[in-house]
Design a protein around this ligand. Structure first.
Ligand code: DI6
Ligand code: FE
Length: 403
């Protein structure tokens, strides 16, 4: 058995949402790690004496948080969309570009043409940026293939990331992301001939941990999404949904009917949608990077979500179009400045609530029994994480107890 004790730490345990101590903070704390798991947490004075051969290390008062979790990314893709960024700056809207054959569909073309090795190499540059800021868990979606082979290729690359770097990857099959050019005007045929068979293949091969969709005027209707969710349910896979991003199609309520892990974006979510999410226990995943990039003006209903007790997570939405963002620290800052989350909610949003959004019960908090996925920061108080812009105070990251 390997055992490590970390002493002289300030712990933001993020333990319980109802905890009276903000951030679940414990000062002058210690932590014991055994075989990759957290074995003991508490005030340093109470540290058990019988630690045997444990290696002990003083953190000199540094702050320790759960390692960060990015619960919504499209981090695997071909090419980039800098040209589209220029077009938007000349006045074209995201929807106009999408309808004119740009947008998601142009990334689909690039992703189909890019070799798996290149997709992996390019994705790793972004993954490394997340790891450098203390991330240990990452959700990755398919959805830039939109044919069976390329959807599976993307999911293979996502799995390969976890084999190449010390990070945990959770995959989502997002075949219902956009209607590809070869099925223009035939979304139902696309669902039948490509999306559902690809979902089945991904499930057969164990490549998908969940199923996602994009319910929007420029993507799929609630009825079409429901057909995809029916198949997910038949295959025993949990669902989540891009909902209420650009308009309100009652996608969140649809997702809630399927007991979705999360509904994501949600700028146009209404009261009925909030209520449905609260009853289903679905997490609201807010994506300030997309809101910022698209210069949206309608804010997600944060007060309503809080009042209804819907857990709020935040994520990068890292993708080449609407959120070319590979920083969870900047995401936290944006969530506070743009969406008025508190710094505590922002940190919970990339730890405890992000774990919930992925259906993971063994990470996202500092508690005995959970994985020792930890971030050690050169700061004194957790509010500093969301407060600064373009500043990375990470001192060390532990992944399953290993620095
Ligand atoms: N919503 C998003 O923000 C991303 N996908 C989605 O359904 C955008 C993807 C892209 O523009 O490439
Ligand atoms: Fe997204």
């Amino acid at each position: 058995m390997t055992r490590r004790a970390l002493t002289d730490a300030t712990l933001a345990t993020m333990a319980a949402p109802t905890s009276t101590e903000p951030y679940g903070l414990i000062e002058n704390a210690a932590l014991v790690i055994e075989d990759g798991r957290i074995a003991w947490v508490g005030p340093a004075d109470d540290l058990p004496q019988n630690l045997g051969d444990a290696v002990s290390e003083s953190l000199n008062g540094r702050l320790v948080t759960p390692a960060l979790i990015d619960c919504h990314t499209h981090i695997v893709f071909g090419g980039n969309r800098a040209r589209e960024f220029e077009m938007r700056l000349q006045g074209a809207s995201y929807e106009e570009i999408a309808r004119a054959g740009g947008g998601i569909v142009s990334t689909v073309q690039a992703t189909r043409m890019t070799y798996e090795t290149t997709l992996l190499k390019d994705a790793l540059t972004r993954v490394d940026a997340l790891i450098a800021e203390g991330a240990a868990t990452l959700e990755i979606k398919s959805g830039y293939g939109l044919d069976i082979d390329t959807e599976l290729k993307m999911l293979h690359v996502a799995r390969a990331i976890a084999d190449t770097r010390p990070i945990r990857v959770v995959t989502s099959f997002l075949g219902a992301h956009a209607i590809p050019a070869d099925y223009a005007g035939q979304p139902d045929a696309y669902i039948d001939e490509v999306c559902l068979p690809a979902l089945d293949r991904a499930a057969d091969l164990g490549l998908a941990d969940a199923v996602d969709g994009f319910c929007e005027g420029i993507a799929f209707t609630p009825d079409q999404i429901a057909r995809v969710f029916d198949r997910a349910r038949a295959r025993g896979l949990p669902v989540k949904l891009h909902a209420e991003q650009l308009s309100n199609l009652n996608g969140a309520a649809l997702a809630a009917r399927y007991r979705a892990l999360s509904a994501d974006h949600l700028e146009h979510l209404d009261t009925a949608g909030i209520q449905a999410m609260a009853e289903a226990g679905s997490v609201a995943v807010l994506l300030p990077g997309a809101f910022y990039t698209l210069r949206e003006t309608r804010l997600p209903p944060v007060d309503g979500l809080r009042e209804a007790g819907v857990p709020i997570a935040i994520a990068t939405d890292c993708n080449p179009g609407s959120s070319p963002l590979a920083s969870l620290l900047l995401t936290m800052n944006m969530a506070c400045t743009l969406f008025r989350l508190t710094p505590e909610e922002a940190l919970a949003g990339v730890t405890r609530e992000a774990a919930l959004a992925l259906g993971l019960t063994d990470c996202g908090r500092i508690e005995p029994g959970l994985r020792a996925d930890l971030a050690v920061w050169d700061i004194a108080h957790p509010a500093e994480l969301a407060y600064r812009i373009g500043f990375n105070p990470l001192h060390a990251r532990l992944f399953g107890g290993t620095p």
